[in-house]
Design a protein around this ligand. Structure first.
Ligand code: 13P
Ligand code: SF4
Length: 336
């Protein structure tokens, strides 16, 4: 590898100072790097359209974890956020995992600091911990089973009814799962900044203007928004619903990145992004959108920033993820 830049600086500050020749065809260069380095690009549906188009696999959190678990690539390039790349590393401790921007975090993962969660857990010694995959590796290491929005119900249903459960960190997904399973899980008080910002009032107004439209919402949204929805599901489930349903117009209550695949899958249908409760017309996840095609190219070229993890945490966090993969396999659940 021909390195003429300060790799340590990339590690801490990212690729801010590095210029790319504007005449380069980044799609072609990225494809070349993929072959040269035997790399695989895994991307979440909330990434920019360009990144989704160059990825080897685009999916929801479950699909991404399942694909990370079976890859034989030498380098995993994770176009998503930090906790997703961590999951890929936990499942592939000997492979190199790089991500376009090390600062691509998650407000939901940040809402559960490990020390505070450890103390919270101590108050419920007879409870087991089910954590949503949108949490740090430290929280995963303190958990018994991980779940995603695709398999949360199946995971909870697999636990004996008399077993008390702590669900962390998303209180909205936890409350929704309590409702559909009839459980009374103790909920950690965390949430996603993107899904909490949708305005019920504006969604209802949109519904009045488009009475033919169906409202599709992610379970990270607040209860009032979920109540006003026609379908609730993970990104993949929302995508499939829009593809297969006869309805022609959908109000989409999740991050805008998903619209790229929706429009590709069903170009003749109309997708209206639900408005947030602020002056802005967009509802992008600021963490997901830190990744750009340029940074993706640079991270593959320089193989930086690389995700490195503490060995003890890595080992402890692997068990609950493997339990999730096993329960999902038994239930025939495959993320998209
Ligand atoms: P899913 O990919 O499980 O739908 O979750 C969405 C999300 O918030 C990822 O950050
Ligand atoms: Fe985290 Fe929400 Fe962004 Fe997903 S959309 S990465 S949960 S902040």
């Amino acid at each position: 590898m021909n390195i003429d830049i300060d790799l340590e600086k990339i590690e801490t500050k990212g690729f801010l100072d590095i210029e790319i020749d504007p005449t380069l065809d980044l799609f072609e260069e990225i494809n070349k790097l993929k072959k040269e380095k035997n790399a695989v690009i895994l991307a979440h549906f909330y990434q920019d359209g360009d990144i989704q188009d160059i990825a080897d696999y685009i999916g929801d959190s479950l699909g991404l974890a399942q694909n990370a678990a079976k890859t034989d690539a030498d380098m995993i390039v994770f176009a998503g956020v930090h906790f997703m790349a961590e999951t890929a590393k936990i499942l592939n401790p000997t492979r190199k995992v790089v991500l376009p921007d090390l600062n691509a975090g998650c407000s939901l993962a940040d809402s559960a600091p490990a020390d505070a969660f450890r103390k919270f857990k101590e108050k419920y010694p007879d409870h087991i911990v089910v954590s949503y995959i949108n949490c740090t590796a430290d929280i995963k290491a303190l958990s018994d089973i991980i779940c995603t929005s695709s398999n949360a119900k199946a995971i909870i249903d697999s636990i004996p009814e008399e077993q008390p459960i702590i669900f962390a960190p998303d209180k909205n997904l936890g409350a929704y799962i309590n409702k559909v399973t009839g459980r009374n899980m103790v909920l950690w008080n965390g949430s996603c900044m993107v899904h909490e910002i949708f305005s019920l009032e504006k969604i209802l107004r949109l519904k009045t203007r488009h009475p033919e439209a169906k409202v599709l919402a992610h379970p990270e949204c607040e209860e009032a928004v979920l109540k006003a929805s026609d379908f609730i599901g993970s990104t993949t489930q929302i995508l499939k619903y829009a593809q297969n349903d006869d309805c022609q117009t959908f109000i989409v209550v999740t991050e805008t990145g998903i619209l790229h695949q929706m429009m590709k899958d069903s170009p003749h249908k109309t997708f209206i992004p639900a408005p947030p409760d602020n002056g802005c017309a967009c509802n992008d996840c600021p963490h997901m959108k830190l990744n750009t095609l340029e940074k993706l190219y640079l991270c593959m070229k320089y193989e930086q920033p690389e995700l490195l993890m503490d060995e003890t945490i890595l080992i402890a966090a692997k068990k609950p993820i493997e339990r999730m993969l096993e329960i999902s396999r038994q239930a025939g659940l495959i993320g998209g």
